[in-house]
Design a protein around this ligand. Sequence first.
Ligand code: DQA
Length: 143
Amino acid sequence: MKILVINGPNLNMLGIREPAIYGRETYDTLLQKIVDYADEKDIEVKVLQTNYEGEMVTFIQQALGVYDGIVINPAAYTHTSVAILDAAKAVALPLVEVHISDVSKREDFRQISYIRQAAVATVSGKGTDGYLEAIDILMKELS
Ligand code: DQA
């Protein structure tokens, strides 16, 4: 089983950015946590991050035929990007949406999620452990 994890803009700033909301764990720690979990579960995982919407579209397109499923935190593009939704629909891979913070309890502009239409599930507000839960959901979906 091969899973691609895609992180959107500013997630590389984890540990520095708004720690009251996103915690103090760094992006490198998150990476290691995902890699260790994938090892434990005996699955292959690749983790990518970009600050660019178009690059995220390309990552999704390039997953086709290579990965069995996608875990994605599109970050701010969750709330704005039809292009990312369209890419997810185009490849039609099982996809789980993740948010570190509980977006349902935040500003009005965060209440819209375009990617949700293409997601089999959403994990929100569980901190970085949410990525591990998303991997579990994908594994169930794929087995
Ligand atoms: C986020 C929530 C988004 O609203 C925000 O723009 C982010 C991170 C989260 O993981 O909680 O950058 O996706």
